[in-house]
Write a protein that binds this ligand. Structure first.
Ligand code: FES
Length: 76
C-alpha cells in the first residue's frame, strides 16, 4: 500500500472493502485508490474529490481542479 499525502491510499491488486454497514465493494484494477478524505462520491474509492479547491471570483476552479486529460486551453 502507498499513502498519498492529502490523497488516497493506493492498494495493488484486486481488493475487497467491507464498509461499516457490511456492504462489500470490490475492485479488480491493478491499483485501486481508496478514499482517505471521505469526500468521494464513489466512496470507498477515490474519485479525485480530494483535489477540489475553492472556486475563484470568475467561477472557474483554481489549479486544484481534477485532471481532464487536456492541456489548459478552455477556449472563449
Ligand atoms: S482521497 Fe480522493 S476523493 Fe478522497
Amino acid at each position: 500500500m502507498t499513502v498519498v499525502p492529502g490523497g488516497p491510499i493506493l492498494v495493488e491488486g484486486p481488493v475487497e472493502v467491507t464498509l461499516e454497514d457490511g456492504t462489500v465493494e470490490r475492485s479488480d484494477r491493478f491499483v485501486t485508490a481508496l478514499c482517505a478524505c471521505r469526500r468521494s462520491r464513489a466512496y470507498p474509492f477515490c474519485d479525485t474529490s480530494h483535489r477540489r479547491r475553492v472556486r475563484t471570483d470568475s467561477g472557474k476552479p483554481d489549479a486544484g481542479k481534477p485532471d481532464t486529460g487536456k492541456a489548459g486551453d478552455e477556449g472563449g
